[in-house]
Design a protein around this ligand. Structure first.
Ligand code: CA
Length: 224
C-alpha cells in the first residue's frame, strides 16, 4: 500500500484529502505543522508527500529542503501563491511537482500517481566503501569507524555526488548542480568550503586528504 504524508494546516482541506486518498487505497498520515511533517517524514517513511507551502510554524520550503537533506521521497507541493518564481524555487529545492490551489482532486491524484511512478523507477544506489569511511547511498548514511558521521544536507549532497562517480573526477559545474537546492549556483568558492568541511569530518589528516581529492581547475574526486 502506498503511504502518503499530507502536510496541510487547513483542516477542511486536510480532511478532504485524507478521505479522498484513503478511498483510493492510500495509507494516509496527516500533519498540520512543519514540525509534525518532519517528524512524520522521518518516522513513517512515506512513499509520497503532499506539502502545503503555507504552514503555521515553518515555511513549507524549509520543510522541503530539510526532507531533501536525507530523502528522495517524491514531493508534490501545494500552494495558493501563483507566481512562477516560487514554483521555480520549489522545483529547484527538490519538489517533484507543483499544484496551485484551488485544484481539482482528480488532477492532484493524477499528479500523485505520476510522482509515485517516478519514485519507483529510481535506480538502486550503491554503498561505496573507502579505506577510511563508508558512504551508504540508499540509507543516506556515512559511517566512519563504525559510527555515524553527521553531515549537513549540503555536505551530504556533495559527498553523494562524488560517491555516485567514485574514482572519477566530477566537475565543479556538476557538483554545483547537485547543490542547486541550496542556491549555490555559480558560487564555486563554496565548493572549497564544503569540501574542507567534509575533509575535517572524514579524513584522518584533513590537510593531506587521501579520499576527497582536488583536481585543480576541474573538480573533485572520491578515491576509495
Ligand atoms: Ca496553508
Amino acid at each position: 500500500m502506498t503511504r502518503v504524508l499530507v502536510v496541510e494546516d487547513e483542516l477542511a482541506l486536510a480532511r478532504a484529502l485524507g478521505i479522498t486518498l484513503r478511498a483510493k487505497g492510500y495509507d494516509v498520515d496527516l500533519a498540520g505543522t512543519g514540525a509534525a511533517a518532519l517528524d512524520a517524514a522521518a518516522s513513517r517513511h512515506p512513499d509520497l508527500v503532499v506539502l502545503d507551502l503555507g504552514l503555521p510554524d515553518l515555511d513549507g520550503m524549509d520543510v522541503l529542503r530539510a526532507v531533501r537533506g536525507w530523502s528522495r521521497v517524491p514531493v508534490v507541493v501545494l500552494s495558493a501563491r501563483r507566481d512562477s518564481s516560487e514554483k521555480v524555487a520549489a522545483l529547484d529545492a527538490g519538489a517533484d511537482d507543483y499544484v496551485t490551489k484551488p485544484f481539482a482532486m482528480d488532477e492532484l491524484l493524477a499528479r500523485l500517481r505520476a510522482a509515485a511512478r517516478r519514485g519507483e523507477i529510481e535506480p538502486v544506489e550503491p554503498v561505496v566503501v573507502t579505506a577510511g569511511f563508508t558512504v551508504d547511498l540508499p540509507r543516506r548514511q556515512v559511517l566512519r569507524d563504525g559510527a555515524m558521521v553527521r553531515l549537513t544536507p549540503t555536505e551530504w549532497n556533495l559527498l553523494a555526488e562524488l560517491a555516485r562517480s567514485v574514482g572519477a573526477v566530477v566537475g565543479r559545474r556538476e557538483l554545483l548542480q547537485a547543490l542547486r537546492g541550496q542556491h549555490l549556483d555559480r558560487e564555486t568558492h563554496y565548493l572549497r568550503v564544503y569540501v574542507a568541511q567534509l575533509r575535517r569530518k572524514l579524513e584522518t589528516d584533513p590537510a593531506a586528504p587521501r579520499h576527497l581529492i582536488t583536481e585543480p581547475g576541474v573538480g573533485y574526486r572520491l578515491v576509495p
